[in-house]
Write a protein that binds this ligand. Structure first.
Ligand code: HEM
Length: 499
C-alpha cells in the first residue's frame, strides 16, 4: 500500500513538474513578447526520451531515429524534454547561423563543457569566452598555409597503409585510417608521431599506443552517455571510465614532459602547438588537457571522412572510375611527388566527392550550445515556423547537422543519394552545409583535414583500380560517439592497377 502511495506521489510530482515546466517556458516567452519554441512533452519528465536515445545508440540507429523524430514532429525546431530538462532541437539553417555567428556572443558551450570536462579538462573543446579565445590564438599559427601543406609527412605515414593494402587481402581500412590520423596528428601537433602503423605495441610511459586508443575510445563513448543523461550527467562516472581517463592522460603526459624539457628559447623552423604552448605556460595539466582536446579534434574526424569516402566509393564504382580519371590526369599513375597542396585544391571532382561524403556523413553529426542570456532564434514560431522564438538564459539548443544535410527541401528528393555531381550546380547559399561548423568557432583544422584526405584518396586512386567490398550487401550502419564512424569497419580488398 505504502509503495503504491509512493509511486502515485512520484508520478503526480513528475506530471505537475512537467506542467509547471511547460507553463513557465511559455510564460517567459510571453513576457519577452515572443513565441515559445513548440514544446513536445514526453510524460513523465522525458524519461522515455532518455531510454529511446540510449536504445538508439546501442542499436546504432541514433542518426536514423533523429531523422524520424524530425519527420514525425513536422517541425524544423522544437523542444524535447530529457529527465526534466528542456532541450531545443533545430535543423533550421537560419537558427544555426544565429547561434554560431550573428548572435554568437549569447551562447557558450555551457552544459557540454560540464559533461566533457571530467575527460577533456580545460581545452579548446570545453572552454568558452576568454579561455577559448586564448586557446584558439595559440592554435591558429599551427594551421598557417605552410604548415598545412606538409604533404611529405602524410606521404611517409600513408606508405605504411599502402604496404598493408598492397597485399590485396580483405582488411578493415577504417582501422588503418584511425592509425594513420593518430600518427599524422601526433607528429603535426605534438612534435612526435606515435607511429602506430609501424608498431601499435610501442610503449610510452609503460602504455602501448593500442591501449591508449582503446582507453580514449572508451572515454568518448562514456562522454556521449553523459550527454544523453542531460542534467543527471554527473552520475555517469563509473570506475572503468575514471581508469580509462587516468591512463589516457598518462599517455599524453609523455608529450607534455617532452615539451617541458625543451629549452624555452629554442627556435624551430616549424610551429608545433605543444612546444609553443609550453613557452606560454609551464603548467602540466593545462598543456595535457589542451593536447588531449586537439587530438580528439584532429584524429577521429579525418579518419571518419576517409572511411566513409571509401565506403561510398566502393559502392559507386562509376564515381571511383571518374575520380581516378581526374586524379591520374592531374598527377600521373605512379608517383605522388608532384602532388602539391595547390594542385590538390584544383581537382574539382575530388572536391565534389569529399563534399558529398561530408554532406551525407558529417564527422560531427550534431552539436549543442547553451544560451548565456535571454535571447531569441530567428525562426521556429508561428503557424509556418517562420517567426522568432524566445530562448531563455540557460536553455540548451542542439543543432542537428546530419539531419540538416539530408533535408529534401534543401537538397532535393534525392537528398539521401550519394551523388557528387550535385555539387556542379549546388552552391550553398547559407548555413545549410556545415561539416566544419561556422562562425568564430569554425574548425581550425579544415584545410589540414582536407589536404590529408585529398592526398590519401589521390594515392589510392593512382594505385588501385578497384575497391572490392567483403560484404557488398551489408547496409551502412553508423556508430556515433562524439563523432561518427562506420560500425564494424570498412572491410575492403584493394586491387592494384597495371601500370
Ligand atoms: C574531416 C575532418 C574534420 C571535421 C569534419 C571537423 C569538424 C569540426 C567541427 C564540426 C568543429 C566544431 C566543434 C564545436 O564547436 O563543437 C570543429 C572544431 C575544431 N576542429 Fe575540426 N574537424 C575536422 C578535422 C580537424 C583537424 C584535422 C583538426 C586539427 C588537426 C581540427 C581542429 C579543430 C579545432 C581546434 C576545433 C575547435 C575550434 C574552436 O572551438 O574554436 N579539426 N571541427
Amino acid at each position: 500500500m505504502i509503495l503504491w502511495v509512493l509511486i502515485l506521489g512520484i508520478l503526480l510530482f513528475a506530471l505537475t513538474y512537467d506542467f509547471y515546466l511547460k507553463w513557465s517556458f511559455t510564460a517567459q516567452a510571453k513576457r519577452a513578447g515572443l513565441e515559445p519554441v513548440p514544446v513536445v512533452l514526453d510524460y513523465p519528465l522525458g524519461i522515455r526520451t532518455l531510454f529511446r536515445s540510449l536504445s538508439a545508440v546501442r542499436r546504432k540507429e541514433s542518426l536514423e531515429k533523429m531523422i524520424e523524430n524530425f519527420r514525425a514532429k513536422e517541425k524544423l525546431t522544437f523542444t524535447e524534454e530529457i529527465l526534466g530538462m528542456f532541450i531545443v532541437v533545430t535543423l533550421d539553417p537560419e537558427n544555426v547561423k544565429s547561434m554560431l555567428a550573428t548572435n554568437f556572443k549569447s551562447y557558450s558551450l555551457g552544459i557540454r563543457a560540464d559533461q566533457l570536462n571530467c575527460f577533456l579538462g580545460d581545452g579548446i573543446f570545453t572552454l568558452s569566452g576568454a579561455g577559448w579565445k586564448h586557446s584558439r590564438n595559440l592554435l591558429r599559427p599551427q594551421f598557417s598555409r605552410e604548415q598545412v601543406a606538409q604533404i611529405d609527412s602524410i606521404r611517409e605515414h600513408f606508405s605504411h597503409v599502402e604496404a598493408v593494402l598492397d597485399r590485396e587481402e580483405f582488411v578493415d581500412i577504417q582501422t588503418l585510417f584511425h592509425h594513420l590520423t593518430m600518427d599524422t596528428a601526433t607528429e603535426f601537433l605534438l612534435g612526435e608521431s606515435v607511429d602506430s602503423l609501424l608498431d601499435s605495441q610501442r610503449e610510452v610511459y609503460g602504455m602501448s599506443c593500442a591501449q591508449f586508443v582503446k582507453d580514449y575510445t572508451e572515454c568518448v563513448e562514456w562522454c556521449l552517455t553523459r550527454i544523453q543523461f542531460g542534467p543527471l550527467f554527473r552520475f555517469v562516472y563509473p570506475k572503468s571510465f575514471r581508469e580509462a581517463i587516468a591512463r589516457s592522460r598518462k599517455f599524453v603526459e609523455y608529450f607534455v614532459d617532452k615539451a617541458l624539457a625543451k629549452p624555452i628559447e629554442t627556435e624551430s623552423e616549424s610551429y608545433t602547438f605543444i612546444y609553443e604552448l609550453a613557452k606560454v605556460t609551464r603548467d602540466r595539466v593545462t598543456i595535457r588537457d589542451q593536447a588531449l582536446n586537439i587530438l580528439i579534434a584532429g584524429r577521429d574526424t579525418t579518419a571518419s571522412l576517409l572511411s566513409y569516402s571509401i565506403w561510398h566509393l566502393a559502392h559507386h564504382p562509376e564515381v571511383y572510375r571518374k575520380l581516378r580519371k581526374e586524379l591520374i590526369e592531374a598527377f600521373g599513375p605512379v608517383s605522388t611527388k608532384s602532388v602539391t597542396f595547390e594542385k590538390l585544391k584544383s581537382c574539382t571532382y575530388l572536391k565534389h566527392v569529399i563534399n558529398e561524403v561530408l554532406r551525407l556523413n558529417p564527422a560531427v553529426p550534431r552539436n549543442i550550445r547553451t544560451a548565456e542570456v535571454d535571447t531569441q532564434l530567428p525562426r521556429g514560431g508561428g503557424p509556418d515556423g517562420q517567426d522568432p522564438v524566445f530562448i531563455a538564459k540557460g536553455t540548451n539548443v542542439m543543432y542537428a547537422v546530419h539531419e540538416m544535410h539530408r533535408q529534401p527541401a534543401i537538397w532535393g528528393e534525392d537528398a539521401e543519394v550519394f551523388r557528387p555531381e550535385r555539387w556542379e550546380t549546388f552552391h550553398p547559399k547559407g548555413w545549410e552545409y556545415l561539416p566544419f561548423n561556422g562562425g568564430p568557432r569554425i574548425c581550425l583544422g579544415q584545410q589540414f583535414a582536407l589536404t590529408e584526405a585529398s592526398f590519401v584518396l589521390t594515392r589510392i586512386a593512382q594505385k588501385y583500380d578497384s575497391i572490392e567490398l567483403q560484404d557488398p550487401a551489408a547496409p551502412l550502419v553508423n556508430d556515433v560517439n562524439l563523432t561518427a564512424r562506420v560500425y564494424g569497419g570498412v572491410w575492403v580488398k584493394m586491387h592494384q592497377a597495371d601500370i
